[in-house]
Design a protein around this ligand. Structure first.
Ligand SMILES: N[C@@H](CCC[C@H](N)C(=O)O)C(=O)O
Length: 276
């Protein structure tokens, strides 16, 4: 028995997309196996998408299962990939994406996909981080960390040059720090010399650095504005996999813009209902 998938990426953050009505009895086990870059297809997660075409604009219910087998409430690049997938199926240039972090509108803009990212928050209960007050530039593991939730938690730190940081060594103690009851993604940024920022992110659930992280890019932009490091709009952010732009409206709601690519289609084996 097999299940069809389509592979998409947003600035290098890559996902297998499986229609949610395909029967997969153990989504966590399938993600652990097929996201593995040596043993499986290789990806940063599996997006299960349920398209509801009766609405205008069409709606997509998105569930992201990460390589560790757990779900994540939000994924900026995943939501942009989900939007492109739904737009190709429906011919629409706007869709609504239902995530655990809220319903977000996505639009095609000059060939890129722009997604609403909600209102980032520093509220310690919402991040969540064990603190009475918002955490700004607190020294943890040698980094000056600011805690923000942009749909998921990010520990954001500015450094002189992201390429000088051994992220695989520095990030895990923060990602698993006692301060963070739900864990955290770890995102570092440095000035790119043109008013924007270079980005590297170590992702919870992937447990490794990814080529791009949309919620991390929004985290860099909102923290940079809060710390007075930029007043640009949009804020240009350069993860290893490409170029993202983050904008804010006057109520502080963020949008994330960047390219999405369809890579290839395939099928994954489902050995038996009890195995996968
Ligand atoms: N790559 C994503 C973020 C996915 C969720 C994250 N790993 C978590 O567990 O919080 C993005 O583009 O935002």
């Amino acid at each position: 028995m097999t299940v069809p998938f389509q592979k998409y990426h947003g600035t290098g953050n890559d996902f297998l997309i499986i229609p949610a009505d395909e029967y997969v009895s153990n989504r966590g086990a399938l993600a652990e196996r097929e996201c593995d870059r040596e043993e499986g297809v290789g990806a940063d997660g599996i997006l299960y998408l349920a398209l509801e075409e009766r609405f205008s604009p069409p709606r997509v219910v998105m569930t992201l299962v990460q390589p560790d087998g757990a779900t994540a409430p939000m994924c900026g690049n995943g939501a942009r990939c989900a939007a492109e997938w739904a737009m190709r199926r429906t011919g629409a240039d706007s869709v609504m994406i239902d995530t655990q972090a809220g319903t977000l509108r996505a639009d095609r803009t000059d060939g890129d996909i722009t997604i609403e990212m909600g209102t980032p928050t520093f509220d310690p209960k919402a991040v969540p981080v064990r603190a009475d007050e918002p955490v700004f530039e607190q020294e943890i593991e040698g980094l000056e960390v600011t805690m923000v939730n942009t749909g998921v938690p990010h520990a954001v730190a500015f450094v002189d040059d992201v390429d000088d940081i051994d992220l695989e060594a520095v990030a895990p103690p923060i990602r698993y720090g006692d301060e963070f009851p739900a864990g955290t993604n770890v995102t570092i940024a440095s000035p790119d010399g043109s008013g924007g920022f270079d980005q590297r992110s170590y992702e919870r659930g992937v447990e490794a650095e990814t080529d791009s992280c949309g919620t991390g890019a929004v985290g860099i932009a909102v923290v940079a504005r809060r710390l007075g490091r930029t007043d640009a709009d949009p804020v240009d952010v350069h993860p290893p996999g490409g170029h993202l732009r983050v904008s804010f409206n006057d109520r502080g709601n963020a949008t994330l813009t960047g390219p999405v690519e369809h890579e290839f289609d395939g099928e994954v084996a489902i050995k038996s209902p009890t195995e996968l």
